[in-house]
Design a protein around this ligand. Structure first.
Ligand code: AMP
Ligand code: MG
Length: 352
């Protein structure tokens, strides 16, 4: 155990002095958890090899899962990437700062720990005002995976980070809820065509609006056993209770849920139902049933913002089983679908 300093920072007007202290910790080799617009990150300066290794030990992260490097201005891209294609620059100018991570050929001198030995590097310029100010003051590229224990739902509130990392890192910066709520889009620019390895806040539609329709590959992750981003092969985002991930027409799902609710009632067991506001009327209010709302089905951004918070809530209220409705796979709904699919152990149940 170490003493973790927890500071609260206003996301709209970040306190420069508090962040100067955080930047000093990073430069001296400490670990700092900080908010970004996607999820909280656990940062270390990339050139401090032992600090980067510490990220893996603290999180319990497998050593073959590379980290995303965070920057605060475009020029830093050239410090990290051996080559930056015209496509990379176009995307950087359109989507940075923002929730897009680009995989590029790695420059020599970037420690192997950062990229888990791969010849590529993942780079992102986050837009969260606290992240931007912290990175500016640190003035070094900062490697940061999500600030949770490996396998747990990613942290989207300061309290999630404190629950997972208090006593394990030098500092936690709490600036409230993160916003987008799911991790960045990971886009591979080292293959012939741009390829989405992980869907996120910058959607395929948004990328194709810039690069041309049909120009971005988004491999069907549901049907492949081969991991895309190295991180995708591990169990992820999972609360303690098993998740049943259900696809199908709302009417069929509602009928199916009636059966599960009745079973839970008879067994006196608590279940969680992760669904949309539109589904609420189909779920009776009973002590055995915890209805967890992903917001409106018509606005997938609401579900993205709440998803990880609701998964953590499932643990807190002690549900024994979770039934999650598949989100519409449009816009950021694709990212929510992907995380729930992973949280359910890579299975989706077709409800007829
Ligand atoms: P997180 O640990 O939540 O920050 O997620 C980082 C994601 O980016 C993981 O899925 C990693 O596998 C992926 N990633 C990082 N660096 C690379 C890289 N060089 N090539 C492919 N995927 C990467
Ligand atoms: Mg993660």
């Amino acid at each position: 155990m170490i003493k973790t300093e927890i500071i609260r920072v206003n996301p709209e007007a970040p306190d420069g002095e508090a962040l100067a202290q955080a930047a000093a910790i990073l430069r001296q080799g400490g670990l700092v958890a900080f908010p970004t617009e996607t999820v909280y990150g656990l940062g270390a300066v990339i050139y401090n090899r032992t600090s980067v290794q510490k990220i893996f030990t603290v999180k319990g992260r497998p050593g073959d899962n590379p980290l995303i490097v965070h920057i605060y201005r475009e020029e830093q891209l050239h410090e990290l990437a051996r080559e930056t294609s015209a496509t990379a620059l176009i995307l950087a100018r359109r989507f940075w700062p923002g929730p897009l991570t680009m995989i590029l050929p790695k420059k020599e001198g970037i420690p192997a720990e950062v990229s888990a030995g791969l010849p590529t590097v993942a780079v992102r310029w986050p837009s969260h005002p606290v992240a931007r100010e912290l990175l500016r003051q640190t003035d070094r590229p900062v490697a940061a995976p999500s600030a949770n224990l490996s396998g747990r739902p990613s942290p989207t509130r300061g309290s999630h980070v404190i629950a997972d990392l208090d006593g394990k890192v030098e500092m936690i910066i709490d600036a409230g809820p993160t916003g987008v709520g799911v991790e960045s889009t990971v886009l591979d620019l080292t293959s012939a065509r741009p390829r989405i390895l992980r869907p996120g806040g910058v959607t395929r539609e948004m990328l194709e609006a810039v690069l041309g329709e049909g120009s971005v590959d988004a491999p069907e992750q549901v049907k492949t056993d081969r991991p895309l981003a190295p991180g995708m092969k591990y169990r992820h985002y999972a609360p303690q209770a098993p998740i049943h991930f259900m696809a199908g027409a709302p009417a069929s799902i509602h009928r199916f849920l009636q059966g599960r609710i009745e079973e839970a009632r008879q067994a006196g067991k608590k279940i969680g139902i992760l669904a949309y506001d539109e589904d609420r009327s189909a779920v009776p209010s009973l002590p055995e049933v915890e209805f967890l709302s992903l917001g409106r089905r018509t606005n997938p951004a609401e579900g993205a913002e709440r998803l990880f918070h609701l998964l953590r809530l499932c643990d807190q209220v002690g549900v024994e089983e979770i039934y999650a409705v598949a989100p519409p796979r449009t816009g950021v709904g694709e990212a929510v679908y992907n995380r729930l699919f992973k949280a359910a152990g890579g299975k989706v149940e077709e409800i007829k």
